[in-house]
Design a binder for this molecule. Structure first.
Ligand SMILES: Cc1cc2nc3c(=O)[nH]c(=O)nc-3n(C[C@H](O)[C@H](O)[C@H](O)COP(=O)(O)OP(=O)(O)OC[C@H]3O[C@@H](n4cnc5c(N)ncnc54)[C@H](O)[C@@H]3O)c2cc1C
Length: 374
């Protein structure tokens, strides 16, 4: 099997394919893990527990199972992913938000249950820990959700790549761009060589959209787009067990080794996709206001990248409707790290002729239908 792209999506696809007994060739245009997956934030966040549907259930199952999946790979490789289910705090600055949060709390008691475990959407008057979020940020309390987790994105890709390097079934080819994909079973690489494949998983980040478009009948709209995000890593002497903080698009995440990640901007228009600019400063300023312990903390790194956002926002997974040997695994947008392992299992069901067990809106066929409509 050919896997195109070695970001978090392609790496999980390669792991699952090798586990299923396939021989895997993983090719990347650059270095493994150096695309959007090379970021700093690593939030693994659930949807709201209200209006429960298939999509929310899929993400819930993924967030619950990721903990064991990561632990198993860590045990096999000795590499840490910097994973911790440290939960999430959401300040409630206005009174109506507390009323909504109390409803969500009851919803979570009903639906956030799996594998004999329960997760909660607590509504608190004060932050559950001292020395972290500014208590004044939650004039009407705080939500503390116990399902959310975090992992260090670069550690996750190092863990997956480390596992693949130990597998006799997997060959990794870096600095090899796939320039053309022939649905009959060949891929042409930059410089001319071709590789033959039984199945090809297209996990090329935002490039996956163009690759899928190239093998589709003409479409009215693009299958997806690249959305720029900027983030920062600060060094601060805070407890790595502190919960992630989220408010109005701002994430503050305490990682291991005294690192705190701040994310992220969301930009549809940009001149330099990989440069940090003035848009990051206000985000850092908001984070410092939210977490007084970050005052004066040095910025260790600023990082920008391009998230793959598929048409209709949902991930794009599963076989191409006209070319069943070509399988999509892309478009994770802001949530790839929490769900890629489960998307990989679903995507590879196609190898056994089974339909991927994902919500219908995730299917590549649904994305193509959307892109065909005017
Ligand atoms: C600032 C920022 C913050 C984020 N925060 C979070 C977060 O907190 N939680 C979360 O879950 N997600 C987050 N995301 C989103 C997440 O990083 C992405 O959704 C995810 O990394 C996408 O993974 P991918 O494997 O699809 O793509 P990528 O990681 O981009 O990997 C694609 C790979 O394909 C290769 N490639 C491209 N074209 C070809 C080709 N033609 N041939 C061969 N190889 C090719 C590239 O070189 C690349 O290595 C964030 C993103 C950004 C930018």
């Amino acid at each position: 099997m050919l896997v195109i792209g070695g970001g978090v999506m392609g790496l999980w696809a390669a792991v699952e394919a090798a586990r299923a007994g396939a021989d895997v060739l993983l090719v990347d245009a650059g270095r493994i893990g150096q695309g959007a997956s090379n970021g700093l934030v690593g939030a693994l966040m659930p949807h709201m527990p209200d209006k429960w549907n298939q999509k929310k259930q899929f993400q819930f199952d993924a967030l619950v199972s990721l903990e064991h999946e990561v632990a198993a790979l860590e045990a096999e490789t000795g590499i840490s992913a910097g994973y911790r289910r440290s939960g999430r705090l959401v300040p409630l600055p206005r009174p109506h938000l507390r009323a909504i949060a109390l409803r969500h709390s009851a919803d979570a008691e009903r639906v956030w249950q799996a594998e004999g475990r329960r997760f909660h959407w607590h509504v608190l008057d004060r932050p559950p820990v001292e020395g972290w979020v500014n208590a004044g940020a939650g004039a009407h309390g705080f939500v503390f959700d116990t399902l959310a987790a975090r992992a260090a994105p670069r550690r996750v890709t190092a863990l997956l790549a480390g596992w693949l390097e130990r597998s006799a079934r997997v060959r990794i080819l870096e600095n090899s761009r796939v320039e053309q994909l022939d649905p009959a079973g060949t891929a042409r690489l930059a410089g001319g060589p071709t590789v033959r494949f039984g199945h090809a998983v297209v996990a090329a980040g935002y490039d996956a959209f163009a690759m899928f478009e190239a093998v589709s009948a003409p479409l009215e709209k693009p299958l997806g787009q690249a959305v720029k995000g900027q983030s920062a890593l600060l060094r601060a002497d805070v407890d790595p067990a502190f919960p992630a903080i989220f408010l109005d698009g701002l994430y503050v995440i305490s990682h291991e080794n005294g690192h705190v990640a701040i994310g992220s901007t969301s930009e549809n228009a940009f001149s330099d996709p990989f440069a940090c600019d003035g848009l990051l400063e206000p985000l850092i300023a908001r984070a410092v206001q939210m977490v007084p312990a970050l005052e004066g903390a040095p910025v260790v790194e600023c990082w920008a990248g391009l998230r793959p956002k598929a048409i209709g926002r949902d991930p794009m997974v599963g076989p191409h409707p006209d070319h069943p040997r070509i399988i999509a695994m892309a478009g994770g947008f802001k949530v790839s790290f929490g769900i890629a392992h489960l998307l990989a299992k679903a995507a590879l069901a196609a190898l056994q002729g089974k339909a991927p067990a994902v919500p219908e809106s995730f299917l590549a066929a649904s994305h193509i239908a959307l892109a065909q409509s005017r």
